[in-house]
Design a binder for this molecule. Sequence first.
Ligand SMILES: Cc1cc2nc3c(=O)[nH]c(=O)nc-3n(C[C@H](O)[C@H](O)[C@H](O)COP(=O)(O)OP(=O)(O)OC[C@H]3O[C@@H](n4cnc5c(N)ncnc54)[C@H](O)[C@@H]3O)c2cc1C
Length: 436
Amino acid sequence: MKTTNVLVIGAGASGLMAAHKLTQAGKSVTVLEARNRTGGRIHTIYNELFFQQAELGAEFVHGNLPVTLQLLDEAGLKYQPAGFEMWQYDNGRFTQNEEMIEGWDELLDKLSSLQQDIPLSEFLDTYFSDERYAPLRKSAIRFVSGYDTANPDLAGAKALGNEWQHEEDDQYRVARGYCRMIKYLADTCKAAGNSIVLGSVVKHVRWEKGRVSVATEDGKVYTAEKAIIALPLGVLKAEPGIKSAIAFTPQIPEQLAAIKKIGFGAIIKVLLEFDHAFWHDNDIAKLAGADLKNMGFLLSSEAIPTWWTQSPDASPILTGWLGGPAAFDKKDVSDEDLLHSALTSLSHIFKIPPGILKSNLIAWHIANWTADPFTLGSYAYDMVGSDKARETLYKPVDDTIYFCGEYLYEGTAMGTVEAALSSGKDVAGRICSILP
Ligand SMILES: Cc1cc2nc3c(=O)[nH]c(=O)nc-3n(C[C@H](O)[C@H](O)[C@H](O)COP(=O)(O)OP(=O)(O)OC[C@H]3O[C@@H](n4cnc5c(N)ncnc54)[C@H](O)[C@@H]3O)c2cc1C
């Protein structure tokens, strides 16, 4: 049994950032991680199958986000702008998405003047039910399910309004993979003599004021003065019996009730590498009526509706994205059937038979995070009342148990790596201010 100042449960961006900051402040830290790798929802694969590099989880820095960019600078890592020609395929036509959707400003105005928070679907039915708003309703629902990966019947309209008011145009990718940032955090902890124990599935947290004892599935016990619970909401919401679920003794019912009041979305990400970037071909330009060489994103109404390229890199990788309730419904579908769905979607869009697309595939990977026992979803979104729930979770339990993660963040980049890093930095700061 090893005693440290602080135990961190979960080696994702939030847990490792907390460990990194505690390490820099000279505290002893042990990080317990269930998987045999660090990074959690950041997972770059290199040279696996034939992919040179692909992001199975987080891929973009969504804007000029201070904590992420500062950390990348500190780590000496480069990042580059992601190309963003936005296209849409609907009713057999390709159009470039340059213009705002009609009524979008009106929708933002209404959202910002909303007194009482209500779910987005109810908001649209109440204020935008007229037939002329049908395309606006479709776009808003598509955005909430696709980008926020949320259920529009549960997602709070106020928080979405806040997010949409602050959308950033600049997007970046971390050169040579997001995992390099994770590696930097892990390396600084280990270089100072702190440990990150992989393959440690935490099952039980026993605590009293000033002392925590954590038991893992393989029968080990770790003790510390404080614990940081840096786990995804999907895991915190999991019923006993699920592999990643954790029990607390004494129980913490107020915190567990708060966890249920924050939404956690669903996502399936599909990575396809073709023998060449076929969307650059002349016959596709003829079909689309325009050159798609600089296409960044392609939105559609297909079963796998959202696609993106690695633009500005001329890579032959296409990424498919299914978020929200549709991803939740498909979480138990086999990878082969999801691949079939992906190729059928592309076949409808590009008028290439699925068999030909399949024979041109070099590698594919389905990242079904909703089925993954150590994530059980995508990322957090606000439901009505989530702000109060966050206040509850922000307060440490008896100055001993601290929650931390992408869901525990008050800015406009909720659910992102920025949110996770900010939460980790914040919790470490609070602990350092009271630990001797
Ligand atoms: C497909 C996908 C795409 C995304 N794209 C982007 C993007 O482009 N840009 C962006 O900013 N954000 C993106 N995100 C969100 C971003 O990845 C997350 O917000 C962030 O990485 C979460 O970090 P975290 O530390 O809060 O949680 P996690 O990264 O989930 O870390 C939690 C850790 O806890 C571990 N764990 C779980 N159960 C146990 C247990 N019982 N015992 C011990 N350890 C356990 C997990 O294995 C994991 O390592 C994406 C997420 C997904 C799923």
